[in-house]
Design a protein around this ligand. Structure first.
Ligand code: HT7
Ligand code: ZN
Length: 896
């Protein structure tokens, strides 16, 4: 397959003004009649019409009602003899397809007897011949016809304008979408579904119907999704003045889905994982994820649907912006400042562990890529999470003295963006220009050209900060410098615009005012803007050497080297008013301890890597009378094995694992009494509430249970695990139950097997809970090389099904991507398993296979024998001649 290049973009030779689709739905042979009205694009030289298609059976092509000649170029339908004038003409295409055979879950497919579609990015071409590109926006009328008993509910985008019965027990529904859209936002659903409904009135007084469709029996799990949807509608109107532009907004859940959810206009289709929840089956994390994914898809209604992408290289235009919006939404929903900070920490943790790793590996690409082979491989953490950070920096850089967070300025920028581009397919440049133009005189407007390097340059910049205190002058000079490593195809980088939000503390933890030399203003926090490779900033009127708190709130997606001593980090851990940096100081101290121990030749299983002072500081956090439980849980959680590994140039996964386990045991035993106190103190009596405070308490209790079980197993104590087993059995909600189960599994106590059996029996009919059961076993600590055999055994379990992406992810991905010590085996058996599963999945669902293929992204940093064995496994996959483009692109990049 050949690469597609951003620079090669050309406007389409034809526009499609309207599409009238009629579906005769049948699982094995669905008939699709596609009547389009097209016209030549007057700005493009005359050329044949080339319509994309994939796995379609073509029966008929008519132009203006009459037959026409056509030819096939591969799977592209080419029409050369079209009317030459610029007048509109009719094109009618009749095709059939086989939804039941569609295991890729792209285009039209059947899941548990219900028809669903997934068209982003290029799935519409699997439904009918079309100009399958986002800059072709058309009006859609859709008629669905199907057996009334099997498919009583017939849904598509927009408004239901007509419905009725047909002959032979069939019926029909006709839908008209009032908004033009690109074909990737088309959707249909047909099946036996029931809906939770809610009528709402918007601020402006317009009435809307909200519906959440699920399979009969799941209605009791839709309340939270509906509440999240109502909150999303209200939030977008309040924060950005963006109202719901449809009479009806529908969400439909399916258990067979490649990703999390899809923002089809007015008819969002969701993975059940991000819809279904009740306290008995879903954890706090599930509740939080549902709120954020429902928000995300809803927010796409404006950022993505009303204004869409000109081409797929601009994907972050909608995804980065919409992730930013869903993150802000979740923070606003969390309410209190401390809960906002917790959400920010969680988001940054994902960015740093997953996106930074991507940026340092073979799949590194800019937020706006220059080329791709398979677009499905570019729905990445770089496009989404780093893209969101780029938008967040824009907000920071439009701040003014009266709008210090930049929120008002950013909202003004959004308003201008919609005034300029509503109804259009545009580029990342158009977005950045609108935000800057709405905020003249700000740092963003001043540096816009340079700022846009965040879109064009891949790689994570390193920011070095060094401070020098001059006692005689009572001044402190902060020197900032930046570099960015080479990434595939980009050997040298130009400097970025880096907003560095900072505060200063005295050594005993008091806030110090910031006054830049030459300025009269003094503030407690400010944002410096680094635009050069090196810059110096001098602060005056300081009586003693300050401790700098840099990059507060993670103001830029960079790797910070501030050279701070352990004492300075201890000061920040104890006193920083910025909760993010307070957490970060703890992480840095733990990381320093880990890296130091890994560099020594001590016996890592017995090493006491955490210093007594650090243990004591962490105890102070755990026992702190004012800090939130959620913050405590984050601060007392060690950096992950993958994040520790990211700090090393050569990685021995077994050593990293042994060390982290030793550190965890040290923390478990040194704070044993404190963990027991936390388990008791943070109980949440009464009915389950999913709010931030209650879920924070449960999270800390969960960590306490794990720590206590680890200590108990080491001490040969069965009483405490017995108590946790009782908590598991008596739990009144899934969070507590799963935390207790996980504590037993993670500690390797003998009660774990019994608890796993009980858990399966209790929830055998709850697919999403059984996914958790598989995932927990796939990610269990490997004490005797027994995880892989167990995973292989679980693949034979009657509940396992490789065709279901959630199930495949729960077992196989948990093992290959989230269990490094069990996966990186000296006998290479983990890699053999990986290659087998990538190949098996590729034959079913290339998108899912390619995601699994990425588990080997960082193979070249491994020490021997892992490195050579990993390479052999990747080569084994690459040697398969008929690999999908998806997997081919990933393994080729890995080997290059
Ligand atoms: N815009 C959607 C991305 C998407 C997708 C979803 C489901 C299956 C295949 C898909 N390919 C791309 C989801 C989102 O970001 O909101
Ligand atoms: Zn999205």
């Amino acid at each position: 397959a050949t690469a597609i290049h951003r620079e090669a973009y050309a406007a389409p030779a034809f526009w499609i003004d309207s599409v009238d689709l009629t579906f005769d739905l049948d699982p094995t042979k669905t008939r699709v009649l596609n009547k389009m009205r097209l016209r030549r694009n007057p700005d493009v030289a005359a050329q044949p019409l080339r319509l994309d298609g994939e796995e379609l059976n073509l029966a008929r092509v008519l132009v203006n009602g009459g037959g026409t000649s056509f030819k096939m170029d591969g799977e592209v339908l080419v029409l050369e003899n079209l009317p030459e004038s610029h007048d509109a003409f009719d094109l009618e295409i009749f095709t059939t397809c086989n939804p039941e055979k569609n295991t890729q879950l792209m285009g039209l497919y059947v899941s548990q007897g219900t028809f669903f579609t997934q068209c982003e990015a290029e799935g519409f071409r699997r439904i009918t011949y079309f100009l399958d590109r986002p800059d072709v926006m058309a009006s859609y009328t859709v008629t669905l016809r199907a057996d009334k008993t099997k498919y009583p509910v017939l849904l598509s985008n927009g408004n239901l304008v007509e419905q009725g019965d047909l002959e032979d027990g069939r019926h029909f529904a006709k839908w008209v979408d009032p908004h033009k859209k690109p074909c990737y936002l088309f959707a249909l659903v047909a099946g036996q579904l029931v809906a939770r409904e809610q009528r709402i009135t918007s601020r402006s007084g317009t009435e809307h119907l909200l519906q959440v469709f699920v399979r009969p029996g799941d209605l009791d799990k839709t309340e939270h999704a509906m509440n999240s949807l109502m909150a999303s509608v209200a939030w977008d109107e309040a924060r950005f003045g963006l109202p719901l532009d449809l009479e009806r907004f529908m969400i439909v859940a399916t258990s067979d889905f490649n990703m999390g959810a899809m923002e089809n206009k007015g008819l969002n289709i969701f993975n059940t994982k991000f819809v279904l929840a009740n306290p008995a089956t879903a954890t706090d994390t599930d509740f939080g994820n549902i709120e954020s994914v429902v928000g995300h898809e809803y927010f796409h209604n404006w950022t993505g649907n009303r204004i869409t992408c000109r081409d797929w290289f601009q994907l972050s235009l909608k995804e980065g912006l919409t992730v930013f919006r869903d993150q802000e939404f979740s923070q606003d929903m969390a309410g209190i400042d401390s809960a906002r900070a917790v959400k920010r920490i969680e988001d940054v943790r994902v960015l740093r562990t997953v996106q930074f790793a991507e940026d340092a590996g073979p799949m590194a690409h800019p937020v706006r890529p220059d080329s791709y082979v398979e677009i499905n491989n570019f729905y990445t953490v770089t496009i989404y999470e780093k893209g969101s950070e780029v938008v967040r920096m824009m907000q920071t850089l439009v701040a003014t003295p009266t709008d210090s967070l930049g929120r008002a300025g950013f909202a003004k920028g959004m308003k201008l963006y919609f005034e300029r581009h509503d109804g259009q397919a545009v580029t990342c440049d158009d977005f950045a220009q609108a935000i800057a133009d709405a905020n003249p005189g700000t740092a963003l407007a001043e540096h816009l050209g340079q700022f846009k390097r965040w879109y064009s340059q891949a790689g994570t910049p390193r920011l070095e900060a060094r401070g020098l205190y001059n006692a005689a002058e009572r001044s402190y000079t902060l020197s900032l410098s930046q570099t960015c490593p080479a990434t595939p195809g980009q050997s040298s980088k130009e400097p970025f615009v880096i907003p560095v939000t900072l505060g200063l503390l005295s050594r005993d933890g008091h806030v110090l005012p910031l006054q830049l030399a030459g300025s009269e203003d003094s503030t407690l926090q400010r944002t410096l803007v680094l635009t050069e490779n090196v810059a110096h900033f001098t602060f005056v009127n300081l009586d003693s050497e300050p401790v700098p708190s840099l990059l507060r709130g993670f103001s830029a997606p960079v790797l910070l080297d501030d050279g701070l001593s352990a004492d300075a980090l201890m000061c920040l851990l104890a006193h920083d008013s910025d909760a993010f940096n307070r957490w970060e100081a703890g992480q840095r101290l733990m990381l320093q301890s880990a890296v130091q121990a890994l560099g020594s030749d001590a016996d890592l299983s017995n090493v006491q890597a955490l210093s007594p002072a650090l243990i004591e500081a962490l105890r102070q956090v755990l026992r702190h009378p004012e800090l939130d439980a959620a913050f405590k849980e984050l601060t007392l959680t060690l950096p992950s094995e993958n994040y520790i590994a990211d700090q090393l140039s050569l990685v021995d996964p077994q050593r990293v694992h042994t060390l982290r386990e030793a550190m965890r045991l040290q923390l478990a035993t040194a704070l044993q009494a404190d963990w027991a106190w936390a388990l008791d103190h943070y109980r949440t009596p009464g009915a389950y509430q999913s709010d931030a405070t209650s879920s924070g308490r449960r999270a800390l209790r969960g960590l306490a249970m794990t720590m206590l079980c680890l200590a108990a197993v080491q001490q040969g104590d069965d009483v405490l695990p017995g108590k946790v087993y009782q908590l598991f059995k008596d739990a009144s909600n899934m969070t507590e139950r799963f935390n207790a189960l996980s504590a037993l599994v993670v500690s390797g106590h003998t009660l774990a097997q019994d608890a796993l059996g009980t858990f399966h029996k209790l929830f055998k009919d709850e697919a999403l809970v059984i996914d958790k059961w598989f995932a927990l076993q796939g990610s269990a600590p490997d004490r005797a090389g027994d995880v892989l055999p167990r995973v292989r055994q679980l693949m034979q379990h009657p509940d396992f099904n490789l065709r279901n992406p959630n199930r495949a992810r729960s077992l196989i991905f948990s093992y290959c991507s989230a269990n490094p010590a069990a996966f990186h085996r000296a006998d290479a058996a983990g890699y053999v398993f990986w290659s087998e599963q990538v190949l098996a999945l590729d034959a079913i669902n290339p998108q899912v296979a390619a995601r699994l293929a990425r588990a080997m992204d960082r193979w070249s940093r491994l020490t021997e024998p892992y490195r050579s064995a990993a390479k052999v496994a990747i080569e084994r996959v690459a040697a398969k001649a008929d690999l999908s483009n998806d997997v081919r692109e990933v393994v080729s990049r890995a080997l290059n």
